[in-house]
Design a binder for this molecule. Structure first.
Ligand code: NOJ
Ligand code: CA
Length: 695
């Protein structure tokens, strides 16, 4: 349904606008988004260097920001360029997500390609492609086929983002190995990632610069919301953003390799998109589909062999120390009997899958070992775990098994063995795997987020697809919307997940964590956060630790945090006899539409989602450490229908620390003319199911 309009959207104008510094502009090229909300201006500076500016409704959002590359063995590419010509193009299509937070996605933009060439020898060519959307923009570089330039080794990409104020920012450090940091809320001028180097819980970090990871979200003094990220990270290194606090500017800082370079590519090639989401309401950042839209259409075709599902796991019990992954400990969790116990529980509670960790040999040699190559083989179960029997038992009860492959960050071993591992899964009819990359990457010249690993993670996705396997990666490369192209990329971690609460020595994830995540990490894509802990204080296993939310918030997370695989993470015994568990039984995992009803970054957010294939709606609302009241209109419900709303709210005395399990459950008959007043306790939340009343 591609509708490519003729190239009528192109302006060449002469301007004398006011811009930073000594930039003397020559001619400028503009591209405006379809509704003319976002306006990108391309120009050459006095040094003939490519640069761009961005306006949102006449407000300058990014001031003159230059672009270029440092390359090994040759002059930098940037200054001294001329415009050879331009192309324009418009797109207005609607595509379908095979599973997702909504079924239909509108992809509507105007595109400008600027073709550049160095004025002097060696006259290298470079194109820059801009896409203006009404909810932001993307741009990427293209190194076209050209004489004399066959391979480039990028030492640095120098893409600037020049801010127009000292915005409020929500950020984590630009770590080359892990995204599992707590978010910081500071003015841009106060960002200090270096001070996070000695984080107590993260063994494998490398934070070389005062840089932040993306998505990094901001609020301007004028009340605009911005989020910076990238889309379609393919055969390139992840981008962090170096912070220049004095000039209020960010510059791309690619994740490197111990070999000294950042990226090696054969020409021709294109970089990932550099993206900026722009919104007048914080919730619009979440509704925006900019990141997936900037990816290629589905390459896999029908992926209906993967079904979005809730799942339980032989998992939390390891994080609590009740059992262990390895057998030598004498408290092995992944036994046939335990798996059957979980399958019975899942089958009785409308939960379709079971994750089993610690099923394969090798865990005795997992954390803290340098010689991790070849330790796990991904096909050999421990003797007390009968894989075939468990799979067959699950099948008889309608529960599928999610496979687990902890690579212990030895990707070459996984590369060698994954075909065999996926063949076994295929034979058993297992269609999903959770992968993991705990530890320093072997070889130690590489980082989790560099080009070498980006290519590894992609190889896993492509190989898994051949065997009809979907992947939920932990310690992953960040999501850049590639699930549009590879819809077997179902979810990933890439944040400080629930598990941190079980063993963090810094108090765990604070109550503001998830109200920040919803507007930062979640803009990138689905999150395997693993909600649903009812035994909030973790007694008796981890009495010194706890979850820093109320029980009602744990329920709300099934709606607020999007993932097509959503875990009921707690031990079954903590769900037994709990009326609140009914919400987890009922809640959907695959959505027709999503509406963000309200929200402020780091404070609160309320999201409504309609389940695919039913008329059921679910609402989740969460708050930070502050109690608050929010009124929501039910106008998202279908007109002329009556619904039974079951409201799982914080009790009158609920508080994330003092009284987290105080919950009150109430039923009401409602329709779409009504409003509901939600009362959220400190660190609390509300979860609501709306089930249509059949007349
Ligand atoms: C880290 C993952 O995030 C966690 O969920 C998993 O249990 C362990 N690695 C073991 O693979
Ligand atoms: Ca992890």
């Amino acid at each position: 349904m591609k509708n490519i309009l003729p190239s009528i959207l192109f302006w060449v104008i002469l301007i004398s606008s006011s811009c930073k510094e000594d930039v003397k502009q020559s001619e400028a090229f503009l591209v405006k988004s379809p509704a003319e909300l976002v306006n990108i201006e391309f120009l050459l500076t006095a040094d003939q260097q490519p640069a761009y500016l961005v306006r949102f409704k006449d407000q300058l959002v990014l001031d003159t920001s230059t672009m270029g590359f440092d390359l090994r063995g040759m002059e930098p590419l940037g200054k001294g360029m001329q415009v050879l010509g331009t192309d324009t193009h418009a797109m207005d299509e609607t595509w379908e997500m095979p599973w997702g937070e909504q079924r239909k996605v509108v992809n509507k933009y105007k595109e400008l390609t600027v073709k550049l060439q160095e004025i002097d020898a060696p006259n290298r060519l470079m194109n820059i492609i801009f896409r203006a959307y009404d909810d932001g923009l993307g741009f990427r570089y293209e190194f076209p086929k050209q004489e004399g330039l066959n391979e480039v080794v990028i030492m640095d990409e120098n893409t600037q983002f020049s801010l127009t104020g000292d915005h409020n920012c929500w950020w984590i450090p630009g770590d080359w190995d892990i995204y599992e940091h707590l978010y910081n809320t500071t003015k841009f001028s106060e960002i200090d990632a270096i001070s996070k180097r000695d984080h107590p819980n993260l063994a494998q970090t490398y934070i070389p610069e005062n840089a932040v990871n993306t998505p990094v979200s901001m609020k301007t003094a004028a009340g605009l919301y911005l989020s910076f990220h990238e889309a379609n990270l393919t055969d390139y290194s992840g981008m962090t953003l170096k912070i220049d606090t004095e000039n209020l500017r960010m510059v791309s800082e690619l994740v490197g390799s111990g070999e000294g370079h950042k990226v090696k590519r054969t020409v021709p090639f294109m970089t990932p998109w550099r993206t900026v989401q722009i919104a007048e309401k914080a919730g619009d950042l979440i509704e925006s589909k900019l990141i997936v839209n900037l990816n290629e259409p589905n390459k896999l075709g029908d992926v209906s062999w993967f079904k979005p599902t809730k799942y339980v796991g032989i998992w939390w019990e390891m994080h609590l120390g009740k059992s262990s992954w390895d057998m030598a400990s004498g408290k092995h969790g992944a036994t046939t009997a335990n798996a059957k116990h979980f399958i019975d529980f899942a089958a009785a509670n409308n939960i379709g899958a079971l994750l089993v960790e610690g099923w394969n040999t090798g865990w005795e040699h997992w954390i803290g070992f340098d010689d991790r190559e070849g330790v796990f083989d991904f096909v050999t179960p421990y003797p007390d775990y009968n894989l075939e029997e468990v799979v067959a038992y699950g099948k008889s009860k309608g529960v599928v098994i999610i496979m687990h492959h902890e690579t212990s960050a030895a990707p070459r071993t996984y590369d060698e063995q994954m075909d065999t591992a996926f063949q076994l899964m295929h034979k058993l009819g297992i269609h999903a795997v959770k992968t993991g990359y705990v530890g320093k990457i072997i070889p130690n010249t590489e980082y989790h987020h560099g080009q070498w690993m980006v290519n590894h993670y992609r190889r896993v996705i492509e190989t898994a697809a051949k065997y009809e396997i979907a992947v939920n990666a932990h310690e992953p490369i960040k999501d850049t919307g590639t699930r549009r192209t590879y819809p077997n990329e179902i979810a990933r971690e890439g944040l400080r997940g629930q598990e941190f609460n079980a063993w963090a020595t810094d108090g765990g994830n604070p109550p503001e964590h998830l109200p920040i995540i919803a507007f930062t990490r979640m803009l990138a894509g689905p999150i395997d956060f693993t909600p649903g802990i009812f035994n909030i204080k973790l007694d008796p296993y981890k009495a010194e630790n706890q979850i820093n939310t109320t029980l009602a918030q744990q329920l709300a997370l099934y709606v607020v945090i999007y993932s097509p695989v959503q875990m009921a993470a707690d031990l079954p015994e903590f769900y037994v006899g709990q009326p609140a568990f009914q919400f987890i039984r009922d809640v959907g995992v695959d959505w027709e539409t999503t509406k963000v009803l309200n929200g402020e970054i780091g404070d609160f957010v309320t999201i409504a989602r309609q389940e695919r294939g039913t008329n059921k709606w679910f609402v989740g609302s969460i708050t930070d450490e502050n109690a608050r009241e929010l009124t929501i209109a039910l106008d998202f419900l279908e007109a002329s229908k009556t619904y039974e709303a079951t409201i799982y709210a914080d009790g009158d005395n609920a508080h994330w620390n003092d009284n987290p399990t105080d919950i009150k459950i109430e039923k009401k008959t409602v329709d779409n003319h009504q409003q509901l007043k939600l009362k959220l306790a400190a660190g609390g939340g509300v979860a609501i199911s709306f089930l249509p009343v059949e007349e």
